[in-house]
Design a protein around this ligand. Sequence first.
Ligand code: TEU
Ligand code: CA
Length: 499
Amino acid sequence: MLYQIYPRSFADANGDGIGDLNGIRERLDHLSWLGVDGLWLSPFFRSPMHDFGYDVSDYCDVDPLFGTLEDFDALLAAAHERGLRVVIDWVPAHTSKEHPWFREARASRSNPKRDWYVWRDPGPSGELPNNWTATFTNGPAWTLDESTGQLYLHSFLAEQPDLNWENPEVVRAQHEVLRFWLDRGVDGFRADVVHNIGKDPMLPDAPAERARIPHSVLNDVPSTHEHLRELRRLVDGYPGERLLVGEVFLLTSEQIASYYGKGDELHLAFNFPPLFAKWSAERWRECIATAESLFAEPHAWPSWVLSNHDQPRHRTRYGSEARARAAAVLLLGLRGTPFMYMGEELGLEDAVVPPERVVDPGGRDGCRAPFPWDASAGHGWGPEPWLPWPPDAAARNLESLRADPGSILQLYRSLLGLRHASPALRLGDLELCDAPTGVLLFRRVHGADERWVAINFTEERVSVALDPALAIQLDSGGGPPGRYRGRLEPDQALLLARG
Ligand code: TEU
Ligand code: CA
């Protein structure tokens, strides 16, 4: 289980209202107590913050808002002391407009770094090179650089020019970035929109029916796979286990699966279709069957994610705490590597952000609300944090939920403990089993260890016959372990074992 931290919103050590690296270090006990295996930190690098750190102006330094390199080293050491892995974000496909590489590139057409980015001449009447659209604005993915008279490509904001990975110097420079952090001791990288590093050299128009879809979601070319094989060799060349998990933001699981190569590209790729699946047994059954067929060993391994810093939280999407609790059993019962997003363990909903406080160009502020640590007015933060609190923070905060044995927080902790102790849950095969409409039932087996997960996605009580030798180990609804009574309550999930 990897736990995603969005540094701005986790914990603020110096009291400026913005989370920082020292804040994370001071709160590591929470993560050890919860039972996660490692952290993934969203970007904390130098950045003008047009995309809140996904616009990097120096890959090898910490933004002063978050601290210093020494603070990072201290965080890494403290995490490792507790046996927690640390995976950091790496944004290979674009830099900030303020990165020295781009400043040089735009200085003149003949600058040696010109070709580190993607430039084209406008047509005679200012026509654009193609119909690609940028994420967030849905405007053109091209912006004119007035002083040199050429257009540069940006799959995201105009402040985020795309790098040209066709240029071997760019590849070398990005490899150096990875070495810098691997040498410092990080356990791996979450590679941001990594499918977007390669580009079709012809830069062809997107098909007319897809012209309005941001091009970053369509870009899927062979050259990227060559780059990934090199990156995999680089990462695997380091001692210990280092992880390369890629954000492959493409439309289908089939496309995503191809980024594992033959076991020689990404170790893991986020499988996003389930993140967009609605609360439905039938839909989830399909997602699991697809993952079982596509992310098969030895070359691949599934990953599961319900929430992150880009999408409305699943507690908000699914619409109730009962469902969020059942979803926790689902997430931690599946075969593969689960990811959870900070605050998921509190059952946080998205904050309601009034228009005057919206700051993200993609409108993703709601899921980035600060983490409430305690019941006090400041919830463990000094002054007002950079975004409003999630709903109900007076009751829904770490301190209050720790004191409540029936809370969703305690449910997550129990589940993580059970998963750690069970080879079937961590490593076992998964078998989808027949179940009544609206119910998802699967079995996990590893050697003599066997677990069952049963989830009722409906609003009705449903009778489900199970092997009488099975007993409840954990009930998402908070009921006691022990005898299974032949039925599931609405939105209830059970973890069962031979008892
Ligand atoms: O996200 C990639 C991406 O495609 C999403 O931005 C998605 O299109 C959007 O969130 C839909 O709401 C990654 C990062 O996770 C995101 O935070 C960055 O903004 C983006 O890349 C650019 O680096
Ligand atoms: Ca701070």
